[in-house]
Each structure stands twice: as C-alpha cells, then as structure tokens.
Design a protein around this ligand. Structure first.
Ligand code: ANZ
Ligand code: ZN
Length: 807
C-alpha cells in the first residue's frame, strides 16, 4: 500500500474530533496534571503561518508525550481577537469587525485541525466573546476599586497616521511599531494601570520561577530597578532643587546641575532668568525630539545656562551653575541631575562642550576622557571625608551623611512606567465606567456586565482622536449607577493586551458564568506548568499578565503568586535566503501548501528538525522533502515487518537507546536531535529487519511528532485491536538503562584475510577473548593447524584477522 497521507490525516483528525482523546479532566486526582500553554494567536486575515507552527508543534509534542506518560494534560487554544488590523480591515471593507473576526477564526481553526494539534477543543476561548470579555471587564473593575486604575492627563505617544495613542512599547525607534508613521507627543486624559506598584514583586518573584535566563534578564532590565538617593541642594532662588543619583559618592565632583526642559520650576523662575528667551526657544526645540533621541549616548550635547541661578553643593559649600538640557528627561527621577563630568560620560560630553570644570573624584579617573565605567574598588580622592574609601564603601557613606545632615533621602526608582490602558478605538473591550458630574467615575454594577460594544455606523476614528463610540450618543448618555442622575459612559476601550492578560485562567473553566473560573478549576490547574512563546512578548504580554495575576492573587481569586511555572522561547523561522518572512519580500511559506504537497506529519517533522528550537532557523523547501522521505521509510519498514509481536534481540539495544534519547530530548526541547535519533534507529532497524514488536516502540516514540502516520500504522499492525487504544492513548515506552548498550556482537573471523566463520562475543571484548572464541570455530582450527599466529588484526566488535606462518 502507498503512504496516502491526505486520506490518513483526514481519517485520524476526524476520529480525534469524535472520540476526544485529548480532553482535560478538571479535578482528576488519579493522575498528575500538566498544563501546557502556547500564546494564542491573533486571528489575522493572513491565516496561520509557519511562525505559529514551530512553537505550536513543539508544545503539542510535549503535551502528547505527557499524556502517554500518564498525565492529565490541559492543552488549550483560543484567539486573541480584539485589535487594530481587524478594525482597519473592517473600516476599509465596511464589514463588521465581529464578522471579520469570525471568518478569520474559522480559517485558523481549520488550519489548526489540519496540523493535527491535540487541543482540547471544548475549551476554546475568544477574547471578543461577550462571555469572555465580561470577565476582562470584571477584573478591570476590581483594579479600579483597589485604586490601581486611575485617570491621568499625560503626554502620550500619538501616531499621526493610525490616529491612536501608543504605549511606550509600541513606539520603536521613534516611530509607530504598527505602521512606521510619525509619533508625536500629545496631552490626553488616559486610563492608567498602576503596574509600577508591583515593580518590586515583578522583579523579586523571578527568583521562584523557571524562566530561561534571557527572559528574566529582559524583564529585570525593563523594570529597571535603580537604588540611589535624592539629594536636595539650596539655590539662590527661593526653591531648593532635588536630584536623583545612584552615585552619591561623586558629590565632591559636582561641577553643575542640569534641569529638564519640561521641568515646572523653569516656568516659576521665568521672570528672574535674564536669558529667558533663549531658554524658551530651547524648550520648544526639545519638545520636537523623542525621549529615545534625547537619551542617546554619543549624541552632541546641547543646553542653555540659566543665568543668575546658583546651586550650593552641600558637601563642600561651593556654588555651581545650573543649565537646562534635553539629555535630562522629565519622566525619570526628579527631572534634575547633578553633573559629575569626571565619572559620567554624558556629563563629560556636556562639560567639555560648555567649558565646565572636570573634577576626578575616583582614582584612575582621566579628565581627558570620562572614567564613567569606574569600578567598585576604585579609591575616592578629592572628596573630603570620603577620601581613601572604595566606591563601594563611599556610596552608602555619602548616603548616610546626606540623610543625617538633612539633604538626602534614600530612593528606589524604576524605569517601568504605569500602563496606558485606554485606546480611542472601537474594536476593544468597553471600559465599564460611568462619569457622573456629581459622583465622579462610578463603576457599573457587576450584574450589568458584560457592557456590550454597541453597534455603530462607522468604525472610523474621529479626527479629534475620540473613539467612534463617542458618536453613539444613545449609548454614551446614561444614568449614574450611584445617584441616578444624568451621566456619560467612558468611550475609550481597552488595549489589546487586556484580554491576553488572563486567558490562561479562562481555559481552566471556559464556560463558567459565575466567575472567571471556579475555585476548584483554579486550584486544580494552577499554575501553568510550561508556557512557550515569543521573545518579543517578554516585556509586554508576559509582564502584564504576571501583574494581573499578582493582583488577582492579592484579592484572593487565584491560588498562586505567579501564573507560569516555566517559560521558554523559540527562535524565528526565516524565509529562504535568511530574511524575515514577509509579504513584501514574497518569501512567506504557507503551511497549507506544504501540507497539501507533503502532508501535515512531514510539515510537523520538518519544522522541528529545522534547527535548534531556541535559535532562528532558515526555511528550506528542499529540506522538507528529506522529512517526507523519512516518513516513507517508516511506512515501508512497517509494511515489511514480520508478524511476530516479540522484540528481536538484535534490535533491543537500538530501541532502548532511542527511547532514552527521545524521552530526554523532548523534555529539554531538543526536538531536532530526538528526530535525528529516530532516523538513525530507522536505518539500523531497516538493516536488521523488524517484527511488529520492534515497530511498536518506534511508533510510540514517533507519535507525538507525526501523529497521523503512526496512528495508521498502529492500527494496521494490529495494536489498536490488541490494546483497544489509539496510539496517542498508549503508554509511553520506558527504557532499561542496561539494555541501551548492546550486550553481545557478532564478529567475522578471518585467517590470512579469508573468512572462516563468525563468533558472538561480549561487546568490546579484548584481543585475548576474541582469539579464544575464534579458536573454538572448527574452520579456524583447521586453517591454523600446524601454524603459528604471528599477528592478530582486531577491528573491535567487527572482525578479527589471524595472520599465520608455518611453524
Ligand atoms: C551623578 C552621577 C555620577 C550619576 C556618575 C551617574 C554616574 P540609573 O542607574 O539608570 O537609574 N539621571 C538621573 N535622573 C535622570 C534623568 N531624569 N534623565 C537623565 N539622567 C538622569 O541612572 C541614574 C543616574 O542617571 C543618576 O546618577 C543620574 O546621574 C542620571 F558618575 O548622578 B547620576
Ligand atoms: Zn452620580
């Protein structure tokens, strides 16, 4: 029979749908639970791409293997379906975004089935479903009630082309991440979530989770905890100025103070600064630059001296001038910095440009070049009472001195900012709050959730930047839930990151209408055991969801502090030629085409074989054929298998070795080497010949990788009938360490280069043992009769050649 992958794959996908072997059972105490999670896709119009197939297939393999190992596995799927591309498409084609979403989801679902993933389809979730976003809204309300959601007018990133407010993370190198358009700063009243209140815990609790190191490092850097102090200086104006510094030890090296162009003190001092015009012009110039540009090192430093302003250094009583410069950002620390050019590169650049003194205060400092990379063990100089201390000692010493003398307080700062949590867009969760002239912001009563998105005529954003919902006056005008007076609904919607911040919880109990999930389900399934996803989500989704989860933990909803026990990440699949796959380059591989031509099992095998899972890999359609040929060989081997269900002794070692390798490699995400081991095994089995008993092990090992072909062969070789189970339900094979090495080998025996027979000896037998065994062979005895062995040529485990001479 021919390997008809199309028919086979259809047959088994149908059977899995009907028999549901992948159902997760909440509360099952007889088995250990395993919750494997992948990042649910955004159902774009382009459909699933090979970039999805890599992580999805890997987690499918892990989950299939865990099931066979006896675990109660939860492997769910859903759709993160609110968001801009759908909305833009809806605007363009005048189709309701719900309809666009529905159609895209259908396409995705078909493709996911096509690839043979073992999802528990009864747990599918969709963030745009009112039954789902009801709970997103509910969580938001709990945050609001606890003071974590607040409205603030603040400068936001405004994309001039998308006409929406962008989170800082969505501005990449000064332009809009989505469209590449110009981003300007605009004041807007926004809903904010106080993620910074969780900053310490988001860093500290990384100790307790098994995340790959690069994820931990990125999260720590993004949160950016900085431990320093605020120092307050007297000035000749009536105000003091405070700076934030991590290097209090360098205070004796102060040669000027710099203030950010946006700092409110400037406005206050305006009338007493003789060169105010120059300052004002500088402020206007700075407003046109992004924080990114301003913060860059190696950038030419600019600034204006504040004439007449003098600041007193509390360490030595000397006065220094004050400048305004855009390298100081308003949003960090106090917005004022102490200039220590001897040990800070940016300060050095500035001081050099403006001819300010450069005072080294740590030995080894070179005033022709900033020694800003000062080591902890540098020795303090020119620094009064600090002289002779190491930097490491001087930092706390100066901090303590400042605290004692009333000009300093210890302070921890974070790079992390609160999360801008509102968008002026239609296709998002409505924010369930009402603005009442008497009561202020009032939450909707929980029994009124979900607050449904109303039908609107146009999804187009308004030119003023208000959400399309603002035009729906019937919907906007409402009564205050608290006083019953006239009030208005919030018209902003939630950002796309909302629904994905808790979706893994909904999987635990997706149809619950009393709670986001039952306590029983949460207790049973928490936490996610293994979450694999993209590195690009490390500082956004992964951090946001950890924040939400910690909040839910604090209010007693979830049982664990952290949502995910383990986090891994995959490399990207690049197009042929090594470039990123993109429509414009025309190098996008559509999984549909590969499946049609070679089958889903080949696709799955190839995407796992393509390279080290954590590294980027280059797609090669030519190499796909290699995976197909391997499956052909498996098929042929099964067809040629002898009827016996016994294991052939000669195959025992290779089978046990392969079980060991595949078992270990899947657990450490080395899918490529697991496949390589199975390829080697198939070669050896083909050479030796196999029984059905030998094939059983191979099919079990290969099943998570290539589930359809193995299921079919499992059936044709009689295992389905014998066990009453599908291959995916059978038990994962276990290996016997002692059997992973062959115990005996057959060796050829030659005399004078002529074959005289074979012997069976223990593996790695030495020369004496081999010769002794050889001498037992009758033909060998005859050939050496009356001869003297002058030389023995031994090729370990293969052959021995006895060179003889007449005696
Ligand atoms: C004096 C000094 C001397 C500094 C020295 C550094 C080295 P991290 O670690 O990132 O928190 N700084 C403070 N606020 C700033 C702002 N709003 N804009 C730009 N720079 C600011 O960095 C803290 C250091 O960054 C602070 O310590 C301050 O410069 C600068 F040898 O103070 B330092
Ligand atoms: Zn009211």
């Amino acid at each position: 029979m021919k390997y008809d992958f199309t028919a086979i794959e259809k047959k088994w996908q149908q059977k899995w749908l009907e028999e549901k072997p992948f159902t997760a059972v909440t509360g099952d105490k007889t088995r250990e639970k395993f919750f494997g999670l992948i990042e649910f896709p955004y159902p774009s119009g382009q459909g699933l791409h090979v970039g999805h197939a890599r992580p999805f297939t890997a987690m499918d393999i892990i989950c299939r293997k865990k099931r066979m190992q006896g675990y109660n596995v939860l492997f769910p799927i859903g759709y993160d379906a609110f968001g801009l591309p759908t909305e833009n498409y809806a605007v363009q084609h005048k189709i309701h975004p719900a309809k666009v979403t529905h159609d895209n989801v259908e396409n995705f679902r078909r493709q996911l089935h096509m690839l043979g993933y073992s999802f528990d389809w009864d747990r599918e979730v969709n963030t745009t479903d009112p039954d789902y976003y009801k709970w997103t809204q509910w969580i938001f309300l709990q945050m609001f009630k606890k003071g974590l959601a607040y409205k603030a007018s603040m400068p936001v990133n405004w994309c001039t082309s998308c006409k929406i407010v962008l989170a800082n993370e969505e501005v990449v190198e000064g332009v809009c991440e989505r469209c590449g358009g110009e981003v300007i700063r605009k004041e807007k009243s926004q809903w904010m979530l106080a993620i910074t209140k969780y900053a310490d815990r988001l860093i500290d609790d990384l100790e307790d989770v098994d995340f790959i190191n690069r994820v931990k490092i990125q999260q720590r850097n993004w949160i950016g905890r900085s431990e320093g102090c605020e120092l307050t200086f007297e000035t000749n104006m009536e105000d003091t100025v405070s700076v934030y510094t991590t290097r209090a030890d360098t205070l004796f090296g102060l040669s000027y103070v710099v203030i950010s162009p946006e700092h409110p003190l400037l406005e206050k001092w305006k009338d007493r600064i003789p060169n105010w015009d120059a300052v004002a012009a500088y402020q206007a110039e700075a407003a046109r630059k992004s924080d990114f540009e301003r913060g860059e090192l190696n950038k030419d430093k600019t600034g204006v001296r504040l004439e007449g302003v003098l600041v007193t250094n509390p360490a030595n009583g000397e006065t220094v001038p004050m400048f305004v410069s855009d390298y100081v950002l308003m949003g960090y620390g106090t917005g004022i910095v102490m200039g220590v050019p001897g040990h800070d590169q940016r300060d050095w650049d500035f001081a050099t440009k403006f001819g300010l003194p450069i005072i080294p205060v740590v030995e080894g400092g070179d005033i022709t070049k900033s020694a800003y990379t000062t080591k902890d063990d540098g020795i303090m100089i020119n620094s009064g009472f600090l002289n002779g201390m190491t930097v490491k000692e001087a930092i706390p010493a100066m901090k303590d001195y400042a605290v004692e003398h009333g000009f300093g307080v210890k302070k921890t700062n974070f790079k992390l900012r609160d999360w801008v949590f509102s968008r002026q867009r239609y296709w998002g969760e409505p924010i369930p709050l009402v603005n009442c002239p008497t009561c202020g912001w009032v939450p909707l009563p929980e029994d009124q959730l979900p607050l449904l998105l109303p039908e609107v005529e146009s999804y187009e954003v308004t030119d003023t930047g208000e959400s399309p919902l603002a035009k729906m006056t019937d919907w906007v005008n409402t009564t205050c839930p608290q006083c019953g007076g006239q009030a208005q609904r919030e018209t902003d919607t939630m950002p796309q990151w909302a629904g994905s911040s808790w979706y893994f919880l909904r999987y635990m109990d997706p149809h619950n209408d009393k709670a986001l999930a039952s306590k029983e389900a949460l207790d049973y399934w928490s936490p996610v055991d293994w979450y694999n996803g993209g590195m690009e989500h490390t500082t956004l989704h992964l951090l946001y969801s950890r924040f939400w989860h910690k909040f839910l933990y604090d209010i007693g909803v979830v049982p664990t502090k952290e949502p995910y026990g383990k986090r891994t990440s995959h490399g990207m699949i690049l197009g042929e030629g090594g470039e990123k796959m993109s429509k414009s380059r025309g190098n996008v591989v559509n999984p549909n085409d590969i499946v049609a031509q070679y089958g889903a099992d080949t696709m799955r095998l190839y995407i796992m074989f393509v390279g080290d899972f954590e590294q980027a890999a280059i797609w090669s359609t030519e190499a796909v054929k290699g995976s197909k040929r391997f499956l052909d060989r498996v098929w042929n081997l099964a067809e040629a298998a002898a009827d016996s269900y016994d294991v052939t002794p000669a195959n025992e070692a290779i089978l046990h070795k392969t079980i060991k390798k595949v078992t270990d490699d899947v657990d450490s995400l080395k899918m490529n080497t697991a496949i390589a081991a199975m390829m080697t095994a198939v070669n050896e089995l083909t050479a030796n010949g196999v029984t059905r008993g030998d094939m059983k092990t191979l099919l079990l090992l290969l099943n998570p990788f290539a589930p359809h072909i193995t299921e079919e062969l499992w059936e044709t070789l009689g295992f389905a009938a014998k066990t009453g189970k599908m291959c995916c339900q059978a038990e994962w094979p276990v290996y016997d360490e002692s059997k992973t090495v062959a115990s005996a080998v057959d060796m050829a025996v030659q005399v004078g280069g002529k074959l005289k027979g074979t012997i069976t000896v223990p593996v790695d037998s030495d020369e004496k043992a081999v010769v002794d065994a050889a001498m037992q062979v009758e033909k060998v005895q005859k050939a050496t009769e009356g001869m003297k062995i002058v030389k023995t040529i031994l090729v370990k485990n293969r052959l021995v050649n006895l060179i003889v001479k007449p005696q």
